[in-house]
Design a protein around this ligand. Structure first.
Ligand code: ZN
Length: 262
């Protein structure tokens, strides 16, 4: 069940339910992560429905939906600093957006992948990062924080990282080849982030904790552990409320995470 707690607030709007992070609310940052709704889908495959979906959430937050900037995500580790609103077609193969410009609404979408809403409270910079397992493997979160450091001189101690609902270790099950990929690439990590899982069709499965893995990368970049704010919500465990590709299959819809500076 999803409910308001010390980390998140559940908001019930006119036509939409969404969650917000209390720490961003306290800092006056407008943002949202949308919950499942049969009339909403933030997929770029149906442009009319996509536009209407953004209109609904933007109206709810008193934002101008024409300021939405959403890249064509492709599980890359590419991040881009945004100086003006772009169309999706202008931002191909980009999975992380950063801006210090007021009014631009950074959007990302998911159905199981991790989405990070990021805020540098000192330099007033926001970022929105899509990190599915492929993006995690390619360490996109490092690229995003490094870009904030290099372009804006961000101090990691000022950066708040909010982790939206995504698939979690409890349901992120992979086969041996993916387990081996992660194990060899991240063998410097001492903490255990891979566990032996079930045996299916005679094959050993493994569960990977991609949140924990990214948290370690963030810690190595100097982000204090208290600055990492995790909704703690698994999209599969909460699939009645959260879009999940693993559960919904071909019928899956995309939710969005939005963040803007005013
Ligand atoms: Zn789960």
């Amino acid at each position: 069940m999803i409910q308001t707690n010390s980390v998140i607030t559940l908001k019930k709007g006119k036509n939409i339910e969404y969650i917000q992070f209390n720490s961003l609310l306290e800092l006056g940052i407008k943002h949202a992560y949308t919950l499942k709704n049969e009339n909403l889908n933030f997929s770029h495959k149906n442009l009319e429905l996509e536009k209407n979906s953004y209109k609904v959430i933007c109206e709810e937050l008193s934002l101008d939906y024409r300021m939405i900037t959403k890249s064509k995500q492709n599980h890359t580790n590419n991040v881009k600093v945004i100086e003006k609103p772009y169309s999706t077609e202008e931002l191909i193969d980009i999975d992380g957006l950063i801006t210090n410009k007021k009014g631009i609404i950074l959007s990302s979408t998911n159905a199981d992948c991790i989405l990070y809403l990021i805020y540098d409270k000192s330099k007033k910079i926001i970022a929105n990062v899509h990190s599915g397992w492929r993006g995690t493997y390619k360490r996109i979160i490092e690229n995003a924080i490094s870009e904030m450091k290099n372009k804006f001189n961000s101090n990691p101690k000022d950066i708040i990282i909010c982790i939206c609902p995504s698939i979690r270790k409890c349901h992120f099950e992979v086969s041996e080849d993916v387990k081996d990929m992660f194990e060899s690439k991240f063998n410097f990590i001492e903490e255990k982030f891979i566990e032996k899982g079930a045996i299916k069709d005679g094959k050993q499965k493994y569960n990977i904790d991609t949140i924990k893995l990214n948290n370690k990368l963030l810690a190595d970049l100097g982000i204090p552990v208290d600055n990492i704010i995790d909704s703690g919500l698994c999209s599969v465990c909460n699939h009645d409320k959260i879009n999940s590709y693993r559960i919904d299959g071909k019928q899956f819809k995309l939710g969005t995470a939005l963040i803007t500076l005013e």
